[in-house]
Design a protein around this ligand. Structure first.
Ligand code: C2O
Ligand code: CU
Ligand code: CU
Length: 557
């Protein structure tokens, strides 16, 4: 404890928490309009910082969805480059998920619509264009999603947004000496909701924090200056069975927690919110030891809480029964999969299953409605947060040991420590699409962009396709198609006398164009010219001797 106190003194003495915490505005209803655009913000005196924001200069509005509502979103891409927007945590179809395949060209709009199937919780949205996620998120492109439900509303919990229900998007960022955000730099500043050196005024009562670690790499170990306990009431995918009393909550990049802190009777006092990184070893990003830089291994106060008066009708106690969880039983599992985390060190990027992400390769194929157990084994010297799209899961165990109570709820990110194996169980329901995959990846953004990612399709049993076989037969090169010329590589064994024709369909199955059959000839390449294609995902079907032989997913950029 002495050492801890010593470490804290410099921050407590010199940090000036002079900026009132900004609370993102909200959008609600069923129709949403988001515009992602470049902007600037005056973070420091002197040069302004170039940023990216949704409907503003940095971060984005908090989207409030109601469980069961049919939601319609228009995302306008006002950047001068392509991007995608992913609804992290949401159970939606692959086309609506906003992964790296669902590209929104510069100047174009994307219009996902879906029904909100998830429980009341806190999700977030952020770009997901392969190799650009880190840059776009670092520059500010991210926002919060709050899902409300009648079940949650029936509980006694603080839920007045901005008053006793406070979003905390905690991010560690690197500013270079020109005041620009650098996604490759060593962290120089913490910010919360885009505010540097923030203070937050809270009423002297129960206050709920919806915390997200939106840092690109650093793991947080959150607690308060006086080491008080607080309740964790929710994990990534919803409320826990009951509040769990803690004095620390560890959140990796992408992970969320809902906390309730009791400030009753503390009016007039101030309290630091701290990430206790000294309690982490070198194997945790942001921990001490090794090549630690900047904040690594240091207990750092990143926000000051100032307790004010009570509100007119304060929440002074909270429900002790929050939600029901009936995790699938291991014996119900239809399939088990193993994913390894590999690599590390110079010239050896972090990877999954010893392979870097290949946007044309479907790594896993899941059958709709199957219950599966995934085992993620970390063979590297560093902890990595594993994230999967489409589903929420229950952690079964970590190196054979059941998770602590605050990790027994629904999750979509789990930190897998060095030399650890984590098993989780989940069910792949509702959405099948053999063409558009979902992602799974490390949520450390430079690792994800560097290829620590894989993809899976969910297929209905009857239409199960063998992607490996298809790739041996026909292949589009390059895919994504970038220059309006599709080159189809033909399989070697194709008879030169055969005729080959092509039909292109959109995702809705509508025929877009047809290239009549011609004799294959001795070449193994067919070239198709496209003029007026919108960027997006298409299916190219190949007719050999008048019979449909193969279908390929084709991405036009
Ligand atoms: Cu937060 Cu695949 O993303
Ligand atoms: Cu996600
Ligand atoms: Cu990683």
């Amino acid at each position: 404890m002495k050492k801890l106190f010593f470490l804290l003194i410099p921050n407590l003495l010199f940090a000036q928490f002079t900026n009132e915490l900004s609370i993102p505005p909200t959008l609600d209803g069923t129709t949403f309009n988001l515009t992602i655009d470049e902007s600037t913000r005056q973070f420091f005196a002197g040069q302004t910082t170039q940023t990216i924001g949704f409907n503003g200069d940095f971060l984005g509005p908090t989207l409030i969805f109601k469980q069961g509502d049919a939601i319609d979103i228009t995302v306008n891409n006002a950047l001068d480059e392509p991007t995608t927007v992913h609804w992290h945590g949401m159970h939606v179809s692959p086309e609506d998920d906003g992964g790296p395949h669902t590209i929104i060209a510069a100047g174009a709009a994307w219009n996902p619509d879906f029904t909100v199937l998830d429980r009341a919780t806190t999700f977030w949205y952020h770009p997901h264009l392969h190799e650009k996620t880190n840059e776009h998120v670092t520059k500010g492109a991210a926002g919060l999603i709050i899902i409300q439900s009648t079940a949650e509303e029936a509980l006694t919990l603080p839920r007045t947004y901005g008053e006793d229900d406070i979003p905390l998007i905690i991010q560690c960022k690197s500013f270079n000496n020109q005041n620009q955000l650098d996604e490759r730099g060593n962290d120089t500043h913490f910010m919360v909701n885009g505010t540097l050196d923030p203070y937050l005024e809270v009423p002297s009562q129960m206050v709920r924090f919806r915390v997200i670690n939106g840092s690109n790499e650093r793991v947080l170990n959150l607690g308060f200056e006086d080491d008080r306990t607080f309740y964790q009431i929710g994990s990534d995918g919803g409320l826990l069975t009951a509040p769990v009393e803690l004095n620390r909550v560890r959140l990796a990049s992408g992970e969320r927690a809902e906390l309730v802190v009791n400030f009753s009777g503390e009016s007039g006092s101030t309290l630091g919110m701290i990430t206790y990184a000294s309690e982490f070893g070198p194997g945790i990003p942001g921990g001490g030891g090794g090549g630690a830089q900047g904040f690594d291994g240091l207990d750092t106060e990143f926000m000051e809480i100032r307790v004010g008066d009570q509100t007119a009708s304060p929440v002074t106690s909270i429900s002790m029964a929050l939600a029901t969880h009936t995790p699938w039983n291991e014996s119900e599992a239809d399939y088990e999969r193993e994913i390894t985390m590999d690599g590390g060190g110079p010239g050896n990027p972090f990877s999954l299953d010893n392979a870097l992400f290949d946007i044309d390769l479907i790594n896993e194929q899941v059958t709709l409605d199957d219950i599966e157990i995934w085992t993620i084994t970390n063979n590297t010297g560093l902890a990595h947060p594993f994230h999967i799209h489409d589903v929420q899961f229950y952690i079964l165990d970590k190196n054979g040991v059941a998770p602590p109570a605050n990790e027994q709820g629904l999750k979509d990110v789990v930190l897998v420590e060095a030399n650890q194996s984590v098993r989780f169980i989940t069910k792949f329901e509702d959405f099948a699409d053999p063409q558009v995959p979902y992602m799974y990846h490390c949520h450390i953004l430079p690792h994800e962009d560097g290829g620590m990612m894989g993809q899976f399709v969910v297929v209905e049993e009857e239409v199960a396709l063998n992607f490996e076989e298809i790739r041996k037969q026909f292949r589009i090169y390059p895919n994504p198609v970038t220059d309006r010329i599709i080159r189809v590589l033909m399989p070697d064994q194709l008879d030169p006398q055969s005729t080959v024709g092509f039909t292109i369909f959109d995702l809705a199955g509508k025929e877009i164009s047809h290239f009549p059959s011609t004799v294959c000839g001795p070449t193994n390449l067919k070239v198709l010219y496209l003029e007026e294609y919108n960027p997006g995902i298409y299916t190219l079907s190949v007719l050999v001797d008048g019979q449909y032989e193969s279908s390929m997913r084709m991405i036009i950029k």
